[in-house]
Write a protein that binds this ligand. Structure first.
Ligand code: GDP
Ligand code: ZN
Length: 282
């Protein structure tokens, strides 16, 4: 049943539109559904629209974001994980890093791959749909929760969904399919009933726009940097070329992973490039 808003809908005094995951009060009249009210939202997944720079709410009331990666094929790229983590940190939604195809790595290699993320306090779960490993642990993480499923294509997202809910019968590669209409990228997302909760399918990170944060907001999205941010000599320190930067000192002291710091610099450069092509340092 399609429901339409009856008149304007307000949330905290703002006019708003229903988004994926909203809980609403509605009624049925003569075969038509009418939305009367949107319940207060917790945990909104948002992005900054690359076209307008405006913040868009993509989904509400999500308990966790499943960042799905493959141990191999496509190769595991930690910098890619960082991009998804930023999205989670910016939205304040807890991530769960799922490493599928883990049968392709030795236990030692798995540990080397995941330990740097575990050290940051992120939950990580190696699984294999093929070898039926880790799937019961994963089920326990998914049951009765509202989860956002994201990750690059080819890592096994559709295979995971089909394993738990065979009735959905997704074609492999179907999750994260998106459509392009002219120059505008439509952020198609779907919500499935899933293991007693819901599963939201998202477009890939490119479509979400890495740039869900500004260069100023970026340091906060690297959670291990947070304790140092107030300790730099310059209050507006960008933790880049400035002297007496507490973040850089923490990198030198081995308290912040160098790879993560380099990832920060890289993403910062990308954000600056994207938001102001003339401001990039040469
Ligand atoms: P999606 O694009 O993320 O939805 O990925 P798919 O579910 O379409 O899977 C991509 C490919 O990886 C398919 O050929 C799957 O058969 C394969 N695949 C899925 N799970 C595993 C696994 O645990 N191990 C290996 N080696 N391949 C897998
Ligand atoms: Zn600094």
């Amino acid at each position: 049943m399609m429901c339409r808003p009856r008149g304007r809908l307000y949330l905290e005094d703002h006019v708003t539109r229903p988004v994926t995951g909203d809980r609403v009060a509605f009624s049925l009249e003569k075969g038509q559904g009418w939305i009367h009210r949107i319940e207060p939202r917790h945990h909104v997944l948002q992005r900054r629209a690359p076209e307008t720079g405006k913040v868009q709410i993509l989904a509400a009331n999500m308990d966790q974001i499943l960042i799905c990666m493959a141990a191999q094929d496509p190769p595991f790229r930690p910098g890619m994980v960082d991009r998804y983590l930023i999205l989670c940190e910016a939205s304040g939604i807890e991530p769960l890093l799922i490493l599928n195809k883990s049968e392709l790595l030795s236990p030692e290699e798995l540990q080397t791959t995941l330990d740097p993320f575990r050290a940051l306090g992120y939950r990580c779960l190696p699984i294999s749909v093929y070898a039926k490993q880790g799937l019961e642990e994963l089920r326990a993480e998914l049951e009765n929760k509202n989860s956002v499923l994201t990750g690059p294509s080819g890592v096994g997202k559709s295979s995971i969904v089909n394993f738990f809910e065979p009735a959905l019968q997704l074609r492999t590669g179907e999750i994260s399919a998106y459509t392009r209409k002219g120059k505008h990228t439509t952020t198609v997302s779907r919500l499935f009933p899933f293991l007693g909760g819901t599963l939201m399918d998202t477009p890939g990170i490119r479509e979400l726009g890495l740039i869900s944060v500004t260069a100023e907001e970026l340091p906060r999205c690297f959670r291990e940097m947070q304790p140092y941010l107030e300790m730099c000599r310059f209050r507006n320190c960008q933790h880049d070329a400035e002297p007496h930067c507490a973040v850089k000192e923490a990198v030198e002291a081995g308290e912040i992973q160098r790879r993560r710091y380099e990832s920060y610099l890289q993403l910062r450069a990308e954000i600056i490039e994207e938001t102001d092509p003339y401001a990039s340092s040469s």
